[in-house]
Ligand binder design. Structure first.
Ligand code: FES
Length: 158
């Protein structure tokens, strides 16, 4: 117990200061990760779902095309941390204007991931940087969101 160490000190003395915390080393920057050919992502169509490691836990992410651009987010609702899609790859509402959570109907703006209505409040989806280059789509790993290591089980499905 912590009090035992303090009790062992001579009367009137102060315990030594704890060692300063050192930040954990940042993982090395990884190259962008290939997802698919650009032609696979139709305007406001079905998303491509892919596995990532988010804070070292398996998770799912998705990329879709909206207003000509590819956008990618972690597949996790702000309201309750659960996956959003109605069926694998189906994220948009019937009007194809919002990313709609299948659980309680939170609506997110596909352009920026911000909550546009429903129980997501002031929250926004966690953006994953997606880029198109020479007819291919890639995502950019960060220190927190990285490719799922080989052999690690993907996140359970919706
Ligand atoms: S879990 Fe998404 S709106 Fe409640």
């Amino acid at each position: 117990m912590a009090d035992d160490a303090a009790d062992a000190l001579p009367p009137g003395s102060t315990p030594p200061a704890p060692a300063p915390l050192r930040p954990l080393p940042r993982p090395p920057k990884l190259p962008r990760q290939h997802l698919c050919a650009s032609g696979q992502l139709e305007e406001k169509g079905r998303a491509l779902v892919f596995d990532v490691s988010h804070f070292r836990e398996p998770a799912r992410a998705f990329v879709l095309r909206f207003e000509g651009r590819v956008v990618a987010y972690l597949n996790r609702c702000v309201h309750v941390p659960t996956e959003l899609d109605w069926q694998p790859g189906v994220f948009l509402d019937s009007g194809r204007e919002f990313i709609l959570c299948s659980i309680h109907g939170a609506a997110y703006d596909p352009r920026n991931g911000r909550c546009a209505g429903g129980p997501c409040g002031q929250g926004k989806l966690l953006r994953i940087e997606a880029v198109e280059d020479a007819g291919q789509v890639y995502w950019e790993p960060t220190a927190d969101t990285r490719p799922l290591p080989p052999g690690q089980a993907p996140a359970p499905g919706p």
